[in-house]
Write a protein that binds this ligand. Structure first.
Ligand code: IPM
Ligand code: MN
Length: 367
C-alpha cells in the first residue's frame, strides 16, 4: 500500500481549525482509496516565535525535505511585526524548497454566489500559474539615508532567464495536461482547426516594465515554438483586472510574475466565491511541494468555528492530485460540490453550519 509522508504546519489563527477539517477529509479518502499517510506536525508560526524568537531554522527547513508534501494552514500573527513570519517562514519555505510555481485554480462551483452579475460556473474556470521565486519578493534592494528627507527605498523586480523559462515551461505543460482529453471550450472553430488544445495568457506590464517583460515576452515566444498546440496571448495586468471581472471566460491558463500573481489571485478568489473556497499549491516539480489555502490566519475569527474550511479541503485535493491520487482528488471535489449545495453561503459565519460540521459533511459525502 502506498504511504505518503506529510508534514503538517497548522500555523496561526484559524490555520489549525481549517487544517483539522482538511485532515479529516484526507484520512477518510485515504481509507477509501487504499493509501496511508504518515503525518508529522510542526508548530512553526507566530505563537512559537513569540515564545522562543525562533522563526524557521535551516535544520528545520532541511528536515522538511524528507517529506512527500507539506500541508500548511496559515502563517501570520497580530502581535508580530509584519514581514517577520512572512519572510522568515512562508517565503523561506517557498524559496529554499524551490517551490517556484504557485498554482491557483479559480473555479466557480454550482450554488456558490459570485459578485459578478451574469456570470456563472460556465464562465469562471481557469488556472493562474503564479511565478513564486522571483520579483520584488527576493528582498533585493536597500534603504539609504533612513530617517532623513533624502531617504531612498528600493525593492527590485528581478527575474533571471532560468526563472522565467522554468515557469513558462510549467505553464505550457500544464495547458497540455489539462486538455489532453478534450480541447478547452473557449477555443473557436478556427482555433480547433489550427490544432490548438488550450490557451496560455501571459499577464504583464511590458509597456512600462520593459526590461522584465521584454525577457518574459522573448522566452514566451521561444518556448511557444515547442508547444504549437497551445495558443498564447498577452494582457497588461491593469487590463487583466478588467477582464477577470467582465469576461473571465476568456481565460484558460494565466501565467504571471510573483507580485502581479499575488494581486490578481485575490481578485480572482473573490469572483470564485471568496477566500473560503480558494486553494493553492506551491510546487517544486522536482522536490517537496507545499499546499495552503489562499486565505491568511484571520486572527479575529480564531476558535469561533465560523471559518469556511472548504479552501483547506480543496487544498487537500490539490495535494492529492500532485501525489497522483487523481481518483481520490476527484472524489473530494465531488463531495465538496455536494456540500456546497446545502450551504447558505461561503462567507465567514454565514454558512449555516460550523467549521467542523462542514468537514463532517464532506466526509459523509465521500461515502
Ligand atoms: C499569499 C500571501 C503571501 C504572498 C504573503 C503572506 C507573504 O499574500 O500567499 O498570497 O504575498 O505571497
Ligand atoms: Mn496574497
Amino acid at each position: 500500500m502506498k504511504n505518503y509522508k506529510i508534514a503538517i504546519i497548522p500555523g496561526d489563527g484559524i490555520g489549525p481549525e481549517v487544517v483539522r477539517e482538511g485532515l479529516k477529509v484526507l484520512d477518510a479518502v485515504s481509507k477509501k482509496y487504499d493509501f496511508t499517510t504518515n503525518q508529522t506536525f510542526f508548530d512553526y508560526g507566530g505563537e512559537r516565535y513569540l515564545k522562543t524568537k525562533q522563526v524557521l531554522s535551516d535544520e528545520e527547513l532541511n528536515g522538511l525535505k524528507a517529506f512527500d508534501a507539506i500541508y500548511l494552514g496559515a502563517v501570520g500573527h497580530p502581535d508580530v511585526k509584519p514581514g517577520i513570519l512572512e519572510r522568515g517562514i512562508l517565503l523561506k519555505l517557498r524559496f529554499e524548497l524551490e517551490q517556484y510555481i504557485n498554482l491557483r485554480p479559480v473555479k466557480l462551483y454550482n450554488n456558490v454566489p459570485t459578485p459578478i452579475k451574469n456570470k456563472g460556473p460556465e464562465h469562471i474556470d481557469y488556472v493562474v500559474v503564479r511565478e513564486n521565486s522571483g520579483d520584488v519578493y527576493t528582498g533585493e534592494g536597500e534603504i539609504k539615508n533612513q530617517g532623513t528627507t533624502d531617504e531612498v527605498a528600493t525593492q527590485v523586480m528581478v527575474y533571471t532567464h532560468k526563472q522565467v523559462e522554468r515557469c513558462l515551461k510549467f505553464a505550457f505543460e500544464y495547458v497540455m495536461k489539462l486538455h489532453a482529453q478534450k480541447p478547452w471550450k473557449g477555443l473557436s472553430a478556427e482555433d480547433i482547426k489550427a490544432g490548438y488544445v488550450g490557451k496560455l495568457t501571459l499577464c504583464g506590464k511590458n509597456n512600462v516594465l520593459t526590461n522584465v517583460f521584454g525577457l518574459w515576452d522573448r522566452v514566451l515566444a521561444d518556448l511557444s515554438k515547442q508547444y504549437p498546440k497551445v495558443k498564447t496571448d498577452y494582457f497588461h495586468v491593469d487590463a487583466m483586472c478588467i477582464f477577470l471581472i467582465e469576461a473571465p471566460e476568456r481565460f484558460d491558463v494565466i501565467t504571471t510574475t510573483n507580485m502581479f500573481g499575488d494581486i490578481i489571485t485575490d481578485l480572482a478568489a473573490v469572483t470564485q466565491g471568496g477566500m473560503g473556497v480558494a486553494p493553492s499549491g506551491n510546487i517544486n516539480p522536482n522536490g517537496v511541494s507545499m499546499f495552503e489555502p489562499v486565505h491568511g490566519s484571520a486572527p479575529q475569527f480564531t476558535g469561533k468555528g465560523v471559518i469556511n474550511p472548504l479552501a483547506a479541503i480543496l487544498t487537500v485535493k490539490l495535494m492529492l492530485e500532485h501525489l497522483k491520487q487523481d481518483k481520490a482528488a476527484a472524489d473530494i471535489d465531488a463531495a465538496v460540490q455536494k456540500v456546497m449545495l446545502t450551504m447558505k453561503s461561503m462567507l465567514v459565519g454565514q454558512m449555516g453550519y460550523s467549521t467542523s460540521q462542514i468537514g463532517d459533511m464532506v466526509v459523509e459525502a465521500l461515502r
